[in-house]
Write a new protein. Structure first.
Lengths: 593, 348
């Protein structure tokens, strides 16, 4: 039974954060000492690094494959490696208590992986492995067997729409760009991904960078661009690293550079690092940034497809959009169009986070009901709390309440309830989340990330935040709800770019579906979810308090008194409602009401 | 040509004309704060919004090119509401000191506040504080009054080609400043001052001088150089208190540091007002009439030429003269005096 053994270790950002580099090192060491590598199995036993497969909450994830059978381990730490090698690799006895459970399979089995399929399987740092899964065959086919017009037609037929936010049909955008008379054109991959909580594009670039490059090559050929840029944020060092590695490898293989695939087509890609401004993901600001200007959006028209980088026709596509392209070329427009809903084709990668059991990166066919994502793939709400809402589309999106739980997740569906697809962030909220506080959280982000160019966004988001802040602090005034509504609409309707236009969405959608929470804060000075400290009274339950004094130590205004080992007491006239005692008490004796 | 209708009036404009420009040709008033016909459109103030049939939401007329058969509305309840909110937002972050502001009576923001009747402010809240001393000799920067229209940054870049100022910070705290927030150190042409719609930029020497009441405006020509920029002199009583230039002038309102800010000599008591002649060797310079002065020059030059020949004379022309004057000057030296000893200060 000398079958081939492979150990796959997740080396995505989530895996690395959970310690996968050490786990990998440990495997290497154990293999050395056990003599597995040389003596027993020779080259037939290998340790293999792979990208993120999505279930980051269970990292470090390790697959042990023997022959064609695979076991997946979760929560692996370096000290566990020894036993895996001894029992499983050498002894062929899987350690059942460390293996993933059924929920791992429900998580994956309910997904459809077009983009993420090869993540978690191939080594993102090896072009050979990408080539081995039919990598660069689509580019070869496109360049050698198809005309640019045919490619654009294929994109149109596939129904592919931009994954960067607005959902604009990709083929149509390419045809606009190609139609311009120009001596030069550019294609840009938007890998700026600045939404808090989003890590879709990052994982794709980290886990399968060649797919993105291949998409760019095909796009460049279709629109007639000879230069491309990948605009990627500098805070993604692993992604930048693997991207640069991939570029080098592709150049060496002749997939980038001069006369690609024996044709007369030349194409080269440069990496441009973004300095971490959310607004630089907006296409005109991104262009300004590449040009060396401050990243501030420009008025449209002219649209980049007509007049973009350095004034030349330019296509900007999202990472995920581009990663779809090789699959469409290889498998055909009809195949792609058969996935998804009527107007939204294909799949969508979603970063599923918040109060949900299975957080991570998932990929679903467009049109999958919200319910299935949250309760099947996501495994339901953490701690069996009650579902309250789901926030989609990042800071520009809205909150969708229980009543719309059957909503199909696609561009139209999300829009119809006042939210949006955005780049695909999904934050699940439960009964312990305060909706006023949630919209305040997002406004804090957007107002800090506004570029400051236009008045409604620069000052309007600040004023929205001020009003929300005073409501959560118990200083809400009569008329504040109406004022919020009016100002939010005005900012939405008069801002220059998508940031300002969508920044009020969290406010508008929570006002629509959770108005009663605003009213409770303003009229009764109560926070129903018990989140807004300033509206709560802190007290200590005598029967639970052991008198350890931790709360008194944590209190910065000495509002808590009590003898050692006797129940303590909070003087509410001194309490500033910071909540430190609540966090400090290990016996849950501090309550808030 | 493109045909479009604005507020039920139809007009024909060349391709490339913006909706705002077309409306102005029809004398339709659309409020603007960040627009200047001499600069590229910027679209930041959001006041010039209009509704165009078929467009899902209002668009800025300063950045939208006119298109065939467009039907444009420049006024509606929605537009009024959005504009008023924008003005109210601007004022919610603006010092309330028009009484003592150098631009009072000549400020676009003040005018808009009045036209849109913004009295109480629904949005009053935190305000920026970006004011800091700037030791430069000419330009007063009062950044708390800045509306971020970007006109100064654009004029400095697009017209002056200097790029001495730019933006820093994000969001509410965004501001205009020189690199590294140092003192302004540039050509001091004051182009930025001339386009600023508020009191954020002004001439340091304007402070405390009359603003409107009793100020007389006189169109004139700058005497500093041969370009002859058109200027407007602001005087009060017998004092010159400011120099400006009109957009409609041949110099399009642009001046240099001397023309714009170098006027204080006019008010000086020791300024030369007549020619001076030293009548005796070693004697003092004494006031003379122009006739006497010219006669004096003619006599002395004729004497030198007669005694020592024409090459004993030389002429040095000035850049303050026009081309025509300089031409005549060299002609005079070559043909009348008979020497090629002629030169010009600009050669050095
Ligand atoms: C404030 C703001 C931030 C954005 N950030 C991103 C981003 O991080 N990544 C992205 O692909 N698109 C982002 N977009 C959308 C882009 O402007 C653009 O529409 C997109 O990259 C086009 O690619 P697509 O057609 O493939 O979706 C952002 C838009 C706005 C208004
Ligand atoms: S909407 Fe906000 S981010 Fe966009 S241009 Fe205006 S100020 Fe800048
Ligand atoms: S004075 Fe002239 S050079 Fe200086 S900042 Fe203003 S426009 Fe620029
Ligand atoms: S200083 Fe004046 S011209 Fe410059 S941005 Fe501010 S308001 Fe506009
Ligand atoms: S004048 Fe058009 S946006 Fe300011």
């Amino acid at each position: 039974m000398n079958s081939e053994i492979t150990v796959n270790v997740c080396l995505g950002t989530g895996g690395i954060a959970a310690g996968s580099e050490m786990v990998m090192e440990e495997f290497r060491k154990e293999f050395e000492t056990a003599g597995v590598k040389n003596a027993k199995f020779g080259d037939r036993c290998k340790i293999h690094k792979v990208g993120c497969r999505g279930f980051c909450a269970r990292d470090v994830l390790v697959d042990v494959s023997v022959g064609d059978k695979t076991w997946t381990y979760q929560y692996i730490q370096p000290e566990m490696v020894k036993r895996i090698v001894k029992d499983h690799v050498l002894g062929r006895q899987p350690i059942t208590e460390w293996l993933v459970g059924d929920d791992y399979h429900t998580f994956h089995d309910n997904q459809k992986k077009v983009i993420l399929g090869d993540l978690g399987k191939i080594d993102p740092e090896s072009i050979e492995e990408y080539v081995a899964v039919a990598g660069y065959t689509a580019a070869r086919k496109a360049l050698t067997q198809m005309t640019p017009a045919e490619i654009i037609e294929t994109m149109k037929k596939s129904g592919l729409r931009g994954r960067g936010g607005a959902g604009f049909p990709t083929g149509l955008k390419w045809s606009f760009c190609a139609a311009n008379e120009s001596d030069d054109r550019y294609i840009i991959c938007n890998a700026d991904e600045g939404d808090p909580g989003a890590f879709m594009d990052r994982s794709v670039v980290e886990g399968n960078p060649h797919a993105v490059l291949e998409g760019m090559i095909i796009g460049a050929y279709a629109i007639g661009a000879t230069h491309g840029y990948v605009y990627i944020r500098a805070e993604y060092p692993l992604a930048v690293n693997r991207l640069n590695m991939a570029l080098e490898q592709a150049k060496e293989k002749g997939f980038l550079g001069k006369k690609l695939f024996g044709t007369s087509f030349d194409f080269d890609i440069k990496v441009k690092l973004g300095a971490g401004a959310f607004v630089c993901g907006e296409e005109t600001a991104l262009i300004a940034s590449i040009e060396g200007e401050r990243g501030m959006p420009r008025a449209k028209p002219p649209f980049p497809a007509n007049k973009g980088l350095w004034g030349k026709p330019t296509i900007i596509n999202n990472v995920e959009t581009l990663a779809n392209i090789p699959a469409i070329i290889n498998r055909g427009a009809e195949w792609f169009a058969s996935i998804g809903s009527e107007k939204s084709k294909g799949t969508k990668v979603i970063a599923l986070t918040g109060k949900i059991r299975n957080t991570g990166l998932i990929e679903i066919p467009m049109g999958t009901p919200l319910k299935d994502i949250i309760f099947n793939i996501g495994g339901g709400i953490e701690g069996d709390k009650l579902f309250k809402a789901v926030q989609t589309g990042g800071p520009s999106g809205g909150c969708i309440p229980q009543q719309h739980i059957d909503l199909p997740v696609d561009y139209e569906g999300l829009k119809s309830v006042g939210s949006m697809m955005g780049s695909g962030g999904m934050v699940v909220l439960d009964e312990t989340d305060c909706m006023v506080n949630i919209s305040k959280f997002f406004l804090e982000f957007t107002q800090a990330e506004s570029c400051g160019k236009c008045v409604p966004c620069r000052i309007g988001t600040k004023r929205l935040l001020e009003i929300l802040t005073r409501i959560t602090e118990g200083n809400g005034r009569k008329g504040d709800i109406e004022l919020l509504q009016e100002l939010a609409e005005d900012v939405r309707d008069s801002s220059l770019c998508g940031l300002g236009m969508s920044a009020p969405n969290p406010v508008l959608s929570t006002l629509k579906y959770f108005r009663h929470e605003y009213e409770a804060h303003i009229n009764q000075k109560k926070c129903p979810a018990k989140v807004c400290n300033k509206l709560l009274t802190f007290f200590i339950r005598e029967d639970m308090c052991v008198g350890c004094g931790m709360c008194a130590k944590a209190c910065s205004v000495a509002a808590i008194t009590g003898e050692k080992k006797k129940p303590h007491h909070i003087d509410s006239s001194l309490c500033i409602k910071c909540g430190s005692c609540f966090d400090a008490c290990k016996f849950s004796a501090v309550l808030k009401e | 040509m493109i045909h479009l209708t604005i507020d039920d009036k139809s007009i024909e404009v060349p391709a490339g004309t913006t909706v705002l420009e077309a409306a102005r040709q029809l004398d339709i008033d659309i409020p603007t704060l960040c627009y200047d016909s001499r600069l590229k459109p910027y679209g930041a103030c959001r006041l010039c919004i209009v509704e165009i049939a078929g467009f899902p939401k209002p668009v800025t007329s300063c950045t939208t090119p006119a298109a065939d058969n467009m039907v444009v509305r420049t006024n509606s309840a929605l537009l009024h509401r959005l504009r008023k909110t924008t003005i109210e937002l601007l004022l919610s972050d603006h010092p309330n000191d028009c009484m003592v502001c150098v631009r009072s009576g000549d400020c676009t923001l003040q005018e808009l506040a009045y036209l849109y009747d913004v009295r109480e402010n629904r949005f009053s809240g935190g305000m920026r504080d970006h004011n800091r001393p700037d030791a430069n000799p000419f330009i007063q920067r009062d950044q708390n009054k800045c509306v971020m229209c970007g006109l100064c940054v654009r004029v400095c870049e697009e017209v002056q080609g200097v790029g001495a100022i730019g933006y820093s910070n994000r969001g509410f705290e965004a501001k205009v400043c020189p690199p590294f927030e140092k003192d302004l150190n540039c050509e001091f042409c004051g182009q930025c001052v001339s386009v600023c719609p508020t009191g954020a930029l002004s001439g340091k020497m304007w402070a405390g001088q009359p603003r409107q009441e009793g100020v007389k405006l006189t169109d004139s020509t700058c005497t500093y150089c041969g370009c002859g920029c058109n200027i407007t002199l602001h005087s009060h009583g017998d004092r010159l208190i400011r120099v400006s230039s009109k957009k409609t002038s041949h110099n399009r309102g642009w001046l240099c540091v001397k023309g714009r800010f170098g006027y204080d000599f006019v008010n000086r008591g020791d300024r030369l007002t007549t020619p001076l002649i030293r009548r005796e060797k070693g004697g003092a310079l004494e006031p003379a009439s122009w006739d006497e002065a010219v006669q004096f020059v003619v006599t002395r030059m004729a004497g030198i030429k007669e005694k020592h020949g024409p090459d004993a004379l030389a002429g040095l022309a000035s850049a303050r003269c026009t081309n025509e004057e300089n031409y005549l000057f060299q002609k005079f030296f070559r043909s009348v005096i008979g020497t090629n000893n002629i030169d010009h200060c600009a050669r050095y």
